[in-house]
Design a protein around this ligand. Sequence first.
Ligand code: NAD
Ligand code: UD1
Length: 340
Amino acid sequence: MAKNILVTGGAGYIGSHTCVELLKAGHDVVVVDNLVNSSQESLRRVEELVGRSLEFRQVDLCDAVALERVFEEHTFDAVVHFAGLKAVGESCEIPLRYYENNLHGTFELMKAMDKHDCRNIVFSSSATVYGDPASVPITEDFPLQTTNPYGRTKYFIEEILRDQCLADDRWRCLLLRYFNPIGAHSSGRIGEDPNGIPNNLMPYVMQVAVGLREEVVVFGDDYETPDGTGVRDYIHVVDLALGHLVALEKLPGLPGCTAVNLGTGQGYSVLEMIAAGREASGREISYRIGDRRAGDIATCYADSAMAASLLGWRAEKGLSEMCVDAWRWQSENPDGYPED
Ligand code: NAD
Ligand code: UD1
């Protein structure tokens, strides 16, 4: 059944791919985004890809008055809450900004939802809430521990949503803990458009492939992993987007607040990712071994059994498809989206 969905942060990387899948499935979509880390061009391209329109409101979630107006003008069945700041390094430099934006934005959102009788929410959490796990694969009942302010905003928001669901049994919440989203829509029209120097591995690899940067610095090759470099669970962003679609379908039938990993269950090392990037692009990707990055862990990958049993979802796209799609986006949009 078609639903009316509010997507916060919908102009961003994961949000824009999710909007495509929501619209394709027949849902109506209202996006609220302040464009602090995105451009409206992503949404124009979403509409062009699907041949349907969505409503965009340039609103900061911390602006209670503007948000209230959005809720007064619509009746939402559910909210998918992507909006937030996400750079780990920056969160250590300006923690207040991260706490204020991510927590305050969520408070205002939850208050408006409660007031307007919309109590279904799918929240973008992260594998970062597991900190440095004692073993892999990681199941949802692993102890939570965080190592930086960004990760703590995710952890705190999870706890706030959990408390609200305990206090009021009309609330339904899915905490989706993403592993490492990469890739882009297969059309090459939408993708990840990092600001400045990319923090994450694959955008960096792609920028080296396209000639924007000289070489990848591998952050350490002395970890206890098969080739000494860090191992992560990379997941295609379209698989992730489809995870939100099923989350919205299942949400009304689930009790209270539930955390679910969205990963593939398969880990790849940095050197394997560089090789896959080379294969997909047909370009040489120079790299050198550098120091470890503070706060990094050796290995992280999901146990994805809960997503399969609870949501009937599993990631379908493999590493080469992730890299081919990332390359198509990067090579056709070497400078990302044009300025608005
Ligand atoms: P993104 O930066 O591309 O998208 C986030 C969007 O939120 C942006 O469009 C930004 O403009 C918007 N936004 C930020 N603060 C806002 C505010 N106060 N009001 C309104 N809009 C605001 O990031 P993404 O990669 O698409 O990530 C989406 C969500 O998933 C984030 O919450 C992120 O923390 C989480 N997450 C991302 C990853 C990842 O690797 N990309 C991994 C785990 C979790
Ligand atoms: C990062 C975030 C984490 C977030 C996750 C998913 C940090 C410290 N952590 O984790 O909170 O949940 O993204 O988006 O930013 N690497 C290099 N060279 C580079 C970049 C990365 O060797 O230029 C290595 C890293 O050491 C790591 C792997 O590549 O082993 C993946 O790094 P990255 O893409 O930044 O993701 P995470 O470290 O998993």
